[in-house]
Write a protein of this length. Structure first.
Lengths: 789, 276
């Protein structure tokens, strides 16, 4: 059999997805279902003086209309929606129920719910609900939050939610800056991003009133976490809740939450004995699904005369939005460890203040804290290079951990231990692919000729932290759960293999990759492996998908479960072949007796024997059904070099991406085709932040671009053909040597693009530009620079 | 994203459509490709009680040689305009502009008559019709009339058609050998232009602007300057004269004014280079 691992196999999932055979939540129908229509606040901050639902109740098809106060009185909830990451013991965490009663804290917060026979009737009735609001001063930005001139929650004295610090060496940091030959300071805005998965969120809760249990279909990344949290916040027994994530069309972090609509559907269905459903409109998505980023960053870098780093000091003001959702306050912490990047930094300090605003809550969005960190240090390194008078690649080379040579299990200044790295050759490969010397020559030619289209070369050498996570490390960060993942490998009587994973795919291709892992281990055909997932009744143990953890934790669990399968099968084979287990070789799916080439058993034959149980060793349980729960000893730290080649037209401010080179290192690869897809998608999402996307709010907390008319998600037309290659530095954090790659592209690309634009604009005296670098913003920045010169 | 309740009437002829308009008055809306109307209805910004679907009217989809002009049926899809050999030879500006509308799915559904009737200052085709000095044929209960491009656009998303009139044909003068250019500046290929410029150099100059006013706009000051012998660069400085550019996240008035000047100069330069 040809090698399965590392081969670019097409995805098993795609035919059903491409033909529409797969069922998403909105495709699933239940007899007697009621549609929820949400009455949402049009104001960012207001008192709710009263609600008149009567006009809506008499609309056609309306079953009921419940105000927030009525829903609270129905006793649906045992506790508010959860925040699983209280980052400090004194963190402020205002109660966040699925509906508001007397005060609303962001546009889109639910104040009443209509239940109707159809979606259209629900929408018509929502318009008839009369709500008497009294507007309150709103906190429309983190800058406004800092002043405390108004507070986002009127019963709070300050908008500050917490201060979290990572200061392992404060004296060292002070000394570094006191002794520095060069210091640079970067202040950056990580604008809010509206996640825009192809499938909007949706939920359908189906009760079985006489069986006492309830099944909830929901477009989620986290059915297992949701089940625990739903039980804890509703008081419904965990044993009675079944959560199914059917086909899920992307998540990017925005589907890892415990949302008001999900809790409403579950509790109302349970209370009324009727199926209850809701599908998000795009307009609702802009207000009711959490958003990404939302940070003001200040990074200071101290270096010696040669540009060798002495210290890095960072402060963040992080926009929590109106409430703490599942991991809202933890997102900046996930980035905190990466502000020293791939560099050997003697002294490091980080502080973060979290602030409430009257905006939609923030939470994880592809990269979650790490794109922000990578952006800050990589922008700062370019600024340092300019100050020292060396190239961006040279300043990086001078500071690489391990001197750019291979290392394993290296302690870094941010208190973590990097599993493995080998940065020098990775940089070299990217620079060669980009033909850096030719690019610089062309850049110089254009500068000398004073051409209106200037060339910029942007470099980013990122590292990221993924494979979430060692449970003990999470405990140290005050996270409310563990980071293990479960996998089961089951040999079926006919020799086929059934795999159960607790990691929940929503586009990543788990079925393909897990099949390949099993095929490689057991010597079976990948098409003989069926992967079950995303249903808490079928896969009761799991911690789901986020933080680029699926392969590095969940895939490894599958691999290790295969080892258990082989161990048991070996005992059975040895028994049936009347050989010593140690005398059996397992190769290409066959147990053979050393020295007797004709004597052997296929693993499928062993599986049938385990099923019939006619001839098993004394005391052995029939069947082969092995489970592994893997809790990794460390995170994984993928890295890479991205080069963005940009052209900026000074007459219009337009930035064109001429070329994009990405050399990523995610350790050993299972399926290079899937890696490639993740890298491409990730890069585009970072390019989107750099050039296109950003939720803009006015001072009253109203979003100015909630629809796809103004919120610009780039398409294939805006992105060049990306050139990729890889280096392979195995992780020491798991036996497969793998690292995650789902977020890496996003973590590397925004900084590369903006570094490229700043490089292009340096002849005009421009040193920084805010994201997204729209044509208007670039043009105005050039005009301002020319006026100032 | 969920429209209000409405009645739907499908008609098979222009006459039947006009009869429906006469019956329902301003409560009714014509729907051709639906690519402007349906989004407005989904946002509940337009709430017609009757939608008259003219998409099934067969005989209004054609591109014919009319002697000195090309006649295009109002229900001709953008894709047909884009790929028409007749238009590519005789009115290449229009074929090119049609290729810049939205994305391929939009161009397979959207129609030339629908786009012009919508009279959106941000759309590509109205600027082209102005630059080409084209016209439309409007049909109502009492017969047909020809409306010149300059008289068609009446305000923000407003045309000069009566409530019971519909566009049945679009006429554009032949311009083989003339210079032409369409400069569309946007952030994503599928978007409306932040600013767009359609230019024709055919003895005299015709210049239409996208998104420089509340309605489709002719760059009269540019045309006059060129007629008076101004250079392209000097004429382009008058690009925004008389305009009231909209302001949004993509462009404020200052930026749109600047872009209009840059793009008019580019359009004139390219048009001149194409003139034979």
């Amino acid at each position: 059999m040809t090698a399965v691992m590392g081969s670019p196999r097409l995805r098993k999932e795609d035919p059903a997805l491409l033909t529409g055979e797969n069922k998403f939540v909105d495709d699933i129908q239940a007899v007697g279902q009621l549609w929820m229509g949400m009455v949402r606040s049009p104001f960012a901050h207001a008192k709710v003086n009263g609600i008149n639902a009567e006009p809506a109740k008499s609309m056609p098809g309306v079953y009921a209309v419940y105000t927030g106060a009525e829903l609270m009185d129905m006793g649906l909830w045992a506790a508010p929606l959860p925040c699983a990451w209280p980052v400090t013991p004194d963190m402020v965490n205002p109660p966040h129920y699925p509906v508001a009663t007397d005060e609303v804290h962001h546009v889109g917060e639910i104040v009443a719910v209509v239940l109707a026979d159809s979606r259209y009737e629900a929408a018509d009735a929502v318009e008839k609900v009369e709500v008497d609001y009294a507007e309150l001063p709103a906190v429309g930005s983190v800058e406004a939050a800092l002043t405390d001139a108004a507070t986002a929650h009127s019963d709070h004295a300050t908008n500050k939610a917490f201060t979290w610090a990572l200061e392992p060496n404060p004296d060292g940091v002070n000394d570094a800056f006191a002794n520095a030959a060069h210091t640079v300071t970067g202040e950056f805005l990580q604008q809010r991003l509206i996640p825009a998965a192809m499938e909007p969120r949706g939920v359908l809760a189906i009760p079985s009133p006489h069986g006492g249990d309830i099944t909830m279909y929901t477009s989620t990344q986290v059915p297992h976490i949701l089940k625990v949290m739903m039980a804890a916040t509703t008081g419904i027994s965990e044993a009675k809740i079944r959560i199914i994530a059917p086909a899920v069309g992307g998540g990017f972090g925005a589907k890892l939450n415990v949302n008001p609509d999900e809790s409403l559907a579950l509790t109302l269905a349970n209370k009324l004995g009727r199926p209850v459903r809701w599908t998000e409109t795009r307009t609702e998505a802009a207000f009711s699904t959490h958003q990404g980023r939302g940070q003001r960053q200040k990074i200071e870098v101290a270096a010696d005369a040669d540009g060798k780093l002495l210290g890095v000091r960072v402060h963040l003001d992080a926009d929590m939005g109106a409430y703490m959702m599942l991991i809202t306050p933890g997102v900046p912490l996930l980035g905190s460890f990466l502000y020293t990047g791939v560099y050997d930094v003697p002294a490091f300090g980080f502080t973060c203040d979290g602030w409430f605003t009257n905006l939609t809550p923030t939470d994880a969005y592809r990269g979650a804290g790490r794109p922000e960190a990578s952006y800050a240090i990589e922008r700062a390194m370019d600024m340092l290079a300019q100050k020292v008078g060396i190239t961006p690649e040279e300043v990086r080379r001078r500071n690489y951990l391990g001197g750019g040579d291979a290392f394993e299990n290296l302690d870094v200044a941010s208190t973590l231990t990097f599993d493995s790295g080998h940065y020098g050759p990775n940089l070299d490969m990217a620079l060669n692919m980009a033909k850096i010397a030719d690019l610089r020559a062309e850049q110089q030619r254009r500068r000398d000729a004073g051409e209106s289209k200037q060339l910029g070369i942007g470099l980013c050498t990122y590292v990221e932290i993924c494979g979430l996570a060692p449970s003990r490390a999470l405990a140290g960060l005050a996270y409310g759960a563990g980071g293990w993942e479960a996998g089961t490998v089951r040999m079926l009587p006919t020799g086929k293999v059934e795999v159960v994973t607790g990691s929940t795919p929503h586009g990543q291709g788990h079925e393909t990759s897990w099949s390949m892992i099993v095929a490689d281990k057991l010597g079976v055909d990948p098409d003989d492996v069926e992967v079950l997932h995303s249903d808490t009744a079928i896969s009761p143990l799991g911690l789901d998908t986020y933080g680029s953890r699926s392969l590095a934790v969940g895939g490894v669990a599958i691999s290790m479960a295969c080892d258990k399968v082989i161990d048991k099968a070996r005992l059975i084979a040895a028994h049936q072949l009347e050989a010593n287990p140690d005398d059996l070789e397992f190769e290409s799916g066959r147990f053979g007796v050393k020295g007797s080439p004709d004597k052997g058993l296929l693993i499928q034959e062993v599986a049938y024997g385990a099923f019939t149980a006619h001839n098993l060793p004394d005391g052995m349980e029939p069947n082969i059904n092995e489970q592994m729960v893997f809790d990794p000893p460390n995170f994984a730290f993928p890295f890479g070099t991205h080069v963005a080649v940009v052209e900026v037209d000074e007459n219009t401010g337009e930035t064109t991406l001429l070329d994009y080179i990405a050399v990523d290192d995610c350790g050993n690869q299972v399926n290079p085709l899937i890696v490639e897809g993740q890298v491409h998608g990730g890069i585009v999402q970072g390019v989107a932040q750099a050039l296109f996307e950003g939720a803009e709010y006015d001072e009253d907390g109203q979003c100015k671009n909630p629809s796809f008319l103004d919120y610009l998600v780039p398409s294939a037309m805006e992105v060049p053909s990306i050139k990729t290659d890889y280096t392979y530095t195995p992780s020491t954090s798991n036996p497969m040597g793998v690292k995650g790659v789902g977020e890496a592209g996003t973590i590397g690309s925004a900084a590369a693009v903006i570094n490229g634009i700043c490089d292009a604009l340096s002849p005009y005296g421009v040193s920084d530009i805010e994201m997204p670098a729209s044509p208007m913003r670039v043009w105005k920045t050039i005009q301002d620079a020319k006026a100032g010169a | 994203m969920i429209p209000s309740k409405f009645d739907y009437v499908a008609v098979d002829s222009a006459e039947a459509a006009i009869a429906a308009l006469t019956e329902h008055g301003d409560e009714a809306k014509l729907m051709a490709g639906g690519h402007s109307l349906i989004p407005l209805m989904k946002f509940r910004l337009a709430n017609p009680t009757v939608v008259v679907d003219i998409g099934k009217v067969q005989d209004l989809s054609y591109i014919n040689d009319g002697g000195d002009h090309i006649a295009i049926g109002a229900l001709t899809r953008h894709m047909a305009v884009e790929t028409s050999d007749l238009l590519k030879a005789e009115v290449p500006l229009l074929a090119h502009c049609a290729s810049q509308v939205g994305d391929p799915s939009v161009r397979h559904r959207g129609t030339i008559g629908g786009s012009l009737a919508h009279s959106d200052a941000a759309s590509d085709l109205p600027a082209a019709l102005l630059a080409l000095n084209g016209s439309v044929v409007a049909k109502g209960p009492s017969g047909e009339r020809v409306i010149a491009a300059d008289d068609l656009f009446a305000g923000f998303l407003e045309n000069s058609l009566a409530d019971d009139e519909m566009i049945t044909e679009v006429r554009v003068p032949k311009m083989a050998g003339a210079g032409w250019s369409y400069q569309k500046f946007n952030r994503r290929a599928q978007d409306w232009a932040i600013v767009g410029v359609a230019a024709v150099l055919n003895g005299s100059a015709g210049v239409g602007l996208v998104n420089m006013s509340s309605m489709p706009m002719r760059a009269s000051a540019v045309e006059e300057a060129l007629a008076g012998g101004a250079s392209h660069a000097d004429a382009a400085q008058k690009a925004a004269d008389g305009g009231t550019p909209p302001e949004d996240l993509n462009g404020d008035a200052e930026y749109r004014t600047h872009l209009a000047k840059v793009l008019v100069e580019r359009a004139l330069t390219e048009a001149a280079s194409r003139k034979s």
